[in-house]
Structures are given as structure tokens and as C-alpha cells.
Design a protein around this ligand. Structure first.
Ligand code: IDP
Ligand code: MG
Length: 132
């Protein structure tokens, strides 16, 4: 069954002009792009998007990073889209992300890690609705 997920290209990847390569890799992996937009998150939007991490030590710097420049939001569709996109994205820390993954190829650090992907069907639904 086709499944939906939400991907973000984060400000570090945009500032390094990696957005074209990342979108190419997403298409190459068989995802359909159902909707896509570029935007600059406000503080309130970034805080709301990452609400689940509120209280963690990385929350405030994450919000600062995510509002430091433009991002691209993508509504993706594919069989098994959520897990398959998490696999394509790679582990949170690019140092341990598998070779060939987006984070291994394009990310700098655990915070500035190039891309986001939904982690469950409930969150995918919420996150798609957040942007589209
Ligand atoms: P994920 O993006 O791989 O699902 P989460 O644990 O949901 O990882 O964390 C959300 C985002 O918060 C990460 O993608 C990363 O940008 C940032 N982050 C997570 N853990 C750390 C950390 O230990 N230090 C700095 N930033 C972090
Ligand atoms: Mg997450």
C-alpha cells in the first residue's frame, strides 16, 4: 500500500546548494513528490514542529538552527515511504550514517544534519498537515 511521509531539507544543506542533489536522490529512490515548497520557518513554527523534543538539551539550538535559513518541505509517497525514507536519510549523526545515505553524503554534524523525515504514520500525517 502506498504510504505518505514528510521530508525536510534543512538550512545547512540549502546553504551548501545540496538541495538539487538531495531531490535527485529522493526521486532516484522511487519516491513521488506530491507537494513541495520552500519557506523560512518562524521561531513559533520551528518550536511547534519540534515540540516533541521540548525540554531536551538540543531543543533550543535546534530551533535556532532550523530558523537560520530557508528549508524545503516535501510531501512524499511510495510503498513503505516512512521506513524507506528513514533508511535513505540515514542515522541522526552523519558520522554513523551508512554510506550512500543522505546524511552521510550531505550532512555536517548531528544538529546540522541536512534532512528530516517523519518517524511514524501518526507523525507523518501531522507533519504533512503542518506544511500543506
Ligand atoms: P531524527 O531527525 O534522526 O529523527 P531526532 O532524535 O528526532 O532525530 O532529533 C531531531 C533533530 O534534532 C535531529 O535531526 C537533529 O537535527 C537534532 N538533534 C538530535 N539529537 C541531537 C543531539 O544530540 N545534538 C544536537 N542536535 C541533535
Ligand atoms: Mg525525529
Amino acid at each position: 500500500m502506498k504510504e505518505q511521509t514528510l521530508a525536510l531539507i534543512k538550512p545547512d544543506a540549502i546553504s551548501k546548494r545540496f538541495q538539487g542533489l538531495i531531490i535527485h536522490d529522493i526521486l532516484d529512490a522511487g519516491f513521488e513528490i506530491k507537494a513541495m515548497k520552500m519557506l523560512h520557518l518562524s521561531q513559533d513554527q520551528a518550536k511547534a514542529f519540534y515540540e516533541v523534543h521540548k525540554g531536551k538539551d538540543f531543543y533550543e539550538p535546534l530551533v535556532a538552527f532550523m530558523t537560520s535559513g530557508s528549508i524545503i518541505a516535501l510531501h512524499l509517497e511510495k510503498e513503505n515511504a516512512i521506513m524507506d525514507y528513514r533508511t535513505l536519510m540515514g542515522k541522526t549523526d552523519p558520522e554513523v550514517a551508512a554510506s550512500g545515505t543522505l546524511r552521510h553524503k550531505y550532512a555536517e554534524t548531528t544538529r546540522r544534519n541536512a534532512v528530516h523525515g517523519s518517524d511514524s504514520p501518526e507523525n507523518a500525517k501531522k507533519e504533512i498537515a503542518f506544511f500543506f
